[in-house]
Design a protein around this ligand. Structure first.
Ligand SMILES: [Zn+2]
Length: 283
């Protein structure tokens, strides 16, 4: 384990958000676009620069919400291409099947070590394997508030990041072999931004109409965000409630109240009831 001179390996002094004037049009930015809030924020930010963006989307056929997610992404691209502020050339989405990403035992072993130390999501294994082929791939991990930041904790434990002025990269010499394997080929453009800061930018830029198109709900009701699943409630907690219909906000409020009074079991019964009743009424 490496000892750190600085308790904040990512430094924390740069908040540059202005478009880079000297960037060449030829430079291609490969962005892992999940269709979620963070990577869509980055796509918007890049769209205002004179660059070529290659969005990369990993197709995981086990995820139920995929069709809706892809529909939402097409709408976002249409909207961005119509925006006056768009200077970038956005290439068609490069879609890669999860099962087509080459295996890499060394990376997977490094991931398993990280997972043991802090409960890190499985995507960090395949993202690292994908980045062997797409060096410099951008992944959007935001500055998480609270304790839930496994990747940050792993970075603290294993090394240091360098602030490039437009995102962070691993300091290869000051980081462990494992951290180099997991993040070494990646760029972390929004590592120092909170959800709230990104939201403020979106409002300042006037891109609420674009960000509102993202798909996040795991179990929609009547084709709309439910207000009951985790991603819906994360949005509400992050003050992004304008992205949910009022009915979903009411459900979330009621669910939280029930959870307070009757605990987890009461909450589960309520969710089951709402889904059953909603299905009968609307579907
Ligand atoms: Zn939902």
């Amino acid at each position: 384990m490496k000892k750190l001179a600085n308790s904040q390996p990512w430094g924390g002094h740069s908040t540059k958000t202005t478009p880079l004037k000297n960037e060449q049009k030829e430079s291609i930015v490969n962005l892992l676009w999940t269709g979620g809030f963070d990577s869509t924020y980055r796509l918007i930010e890049l769209s205002m620069r004179d660059v070529t963006i290659q969005p990369v989307y990993v197709v995981d056929s086990n995820r139920g919400s995929m069709a809706r997610e892809q529909e939402a992404m097409d709408t976002i691209l249409e909207k961005l291409n119509d925006k006056e502020g768009t200077k970038a050339t956005i290439l068609p989405i490069k879609k890669i099947k999860l099962e087509d990403i080459p295996e890499n035992e060394e990376i997977t072993n490094a991931y398993l070590l990280f997972k043991k130390e802090a409960d890190m999501g499985i995507q960090h294994d395949w993202i690292a394997r994908l980045a062997v082929d797409i060096n410099g791939l951008e992944i959007c991990i935001e500055k998480a508030l609270g304790d839930h930041a496994p990747i940050r904790n792993s970075i603290l434990r294993h090394g240091k990041l360098i602030d490039t002025g437009d995102g962070f990269i691993v300091d290869k010499e000051k980081s462990s072999k494992e951290l180099n394997l997991i993040l070494g080929n990646l760029k972390l453009p929004i590592f120092n931004k909170t959800n709230l800061e990104m939201l403020e930018d979106i409002k300042k830029w006037g891109y609420e109409d674009v960000i509102s198109c993202i798909w996040f709900c795991h179990q929609p009701i009547n084709g709309k965000p439910c207000g009951l699943c985790n991603p819906c409630n994360t949005k509400i907690d992050a003050k992004l409630d304008f992205m949910l219909p009022s009915l979903a906000l009411k459900r979330s409020k009621r669910m939280r109240r029930i959870n307070k009074i009757f605990g987890e079991t009461g909450k589960k019964i309520y969710i089951k009831f709402v889904r059953k009743v909603s299905g009968k009424i609307w579907n």
